[in-house]
Design a protein around this ligand. Structure first.
Ligand code: CTP
Length: 417
């Protein structure tokens, strides 16, 4: 059984507030103790009695004198303070250090590394420069900011701005506590300098590619897409502003908070990445790209013959990573994967130079391909090298992103992270 974790949920007056009872139930099932504080406008959107019953604790409201000094008592009590949904207005107040209700006052009395914000608002408000500056201010102070989801919004439009799904919020809160226990989380997304992916746009390629021979046959490889999915999930957990995954036909599901661009061939993958790369701060090529494609694709099914040897002509595919490396701005960080069949670390070093990457992840096909875990060595363009033992792919993804954050400023000086 996990250790009891004390989670304080701050609810603002956004329509996503109706999902909070489900979050409470989910956290309780995971052995968390839960308390809630509502802003005055949240009181009209969500039933206090239901929240009190589900959490097994009184719900904290504003302006009730019996709760004098609650901001101090609750600060001492809580391990994690999640504000969900966090409206543009409350985010602005937190950024400015205003404490005009119990929830915002708590943001002044609870240490920043314990605070996570799950924004929810209309797309125009989300993209407003003031909101962006406020989100960046929160990130720079070490507050974790979860990404928003994309989809239908309460105002009737559709776009980015939805509160992240509660499963993802719960996962974030629980992995946050897990990470602290394991010792790696400190210094990742919540250390004193606010080292995190907050505000960063992350682009990941994932999975295999498929090159058609005829309407029914393809040339592909054994990539499962697990590493790409783990990187996307870790980037979301670490507060990236946007996570885009250009994914080949992989079996592994991608996390809900990610924007997914499905592709099949290497050429389709190249097109999608070239389009998305200029607006990304960090790009990780985790896809296993097919190096060749059939020169001619038969429009009808090829028929077999027992008399003739079948010869297939293959045309080389472009080196997508090398193309991105050639067009990379000094503000961007570019990482590749070098999966080798043996201990050929020198090949990984050569690839890093040739493709102009800032970092290369070297791992071995026999342990990493298709599996749930991997050992790996990180190579940096300044000659740095660090090896890590076998670990689960999500943990590996978190380590890789943490090391990228450590090296980002050196590698991409104007893309300070
Ligand atoms: N890569 C790419 N485009 C290709 C082939 C590979 O962008 N056509 C990327 C991969 O996503 C990976 C890195 O380049 O991040 C190294 O891929 P790898 O297959 O190890 O190396 P190759 O350059 O294909 O060389 P080789 O197959 O000869 O080892």
């Amino acid at each position: 059984m996990d250790a009891v974790r004390r989670v304080l949920i701050g609810v603002c007056g956004g329509i996503g507030a109706y999902k909070i009872p489900f979050l409470v139930r989910m956290l309780r099932k995971k052995n968390c103790e839960v308390k809630l504080v509502l802003t005055p406008s949240a009181r009209t959107l969500v039933g206090q009695e239901a929240l009190a019953a589900l959490s097994g604790n009184p719900v904290y409201l504003d302006g009730e004198s019996r709760y004098d000094m609650d901001h101090i008592r609750l600060s001492e009590w809580t391990d994690s303070f999640i504000i969900a949904p966090a409206t543009a207005n409350t985010i602005a107040k937190i950024a400015a250090g205003i404490g005009d209700n119990l929830l915002t006052t708590l943001c002044l009395s609870i240490p920043e590394e314990k605070i996570t914000v799950a924004p929810a608002m209309n797309t125009v408000m989300w993209e407003n420069k003031a909101t962006k500056a406020n989100i960046a201010a929160l990130g720079s102070r070490g507050i974790s900011v979860l990404p928003v989801g994309t989809g239908p919004l309460a105002c009737g439009t559709s776009g980015p701005g939805r509160m992240l799904e509660i499963e993802e919020i719960a996962k974030h809160l629980l992995s946050h506590s897990e990470g602290k226990k394991n010792g790696w989380q400190t210094g990742l997304r919540c250390d004193k300098q606010g080292v995190s992916l907050t505000g960063k746009r992350v682009l990941i390629s994932s999975g295999p590619t498929e090159e058609p021979l005829d309407p029914v046959r393809v040339i592909t490889n054994r990539s499962s897409g697990k590493m790409g999915a783990a990187l996307a999930e870790a980037a979301i957990i670490m507060g990236a502003a946007r996570v885009t995954v250009v994914s080949g036909p992989a079996s592994e599901p991608l996390p809900r908070g990610a924007e997914v661009i499905p592709v099949r061939t290497a050429l389709e993958m190249q097109k999608a990445l070239v389009e998305k790369f200029p607006s990304a701060d960090l790009c990780i090529m985790a896809a296993a790209v097919s190096d060749y494609r059939p020169l001619n694709i038969s429009e009808s099914k090829l028929h077999r013959s027992e008399e003739e040897i079948f010869t297939l002509e293959l045309a080389p595919n472009p080196d997508i990573l090398a193309g991105l490396g050639a067009s990379k701005s000094p503000c961007q960080f570019l990482a590749g994967f070098s999966l080798e069949s043996g201990d050929e670390i020198s090949r990984a070093e050569e690839k890093m130079k040739k493709k102009r990457c800032d970092m290369m992840v070297f791992n071995r096909a026999d342990t990493a391909l298709g599996g749930d875990s991997t050992a790996f060595t990180l190579l940096f363009k300044d000659g740095g090298k660090e090896s890590f033992p076998v670990m689960g792919k999500l943990e590996a993804a978190q380590v890789i992103l943490a090391k990228i954050i450590d090296n980002f400023h050196r590698a991409a000086p104007c893309g300070d992270i």
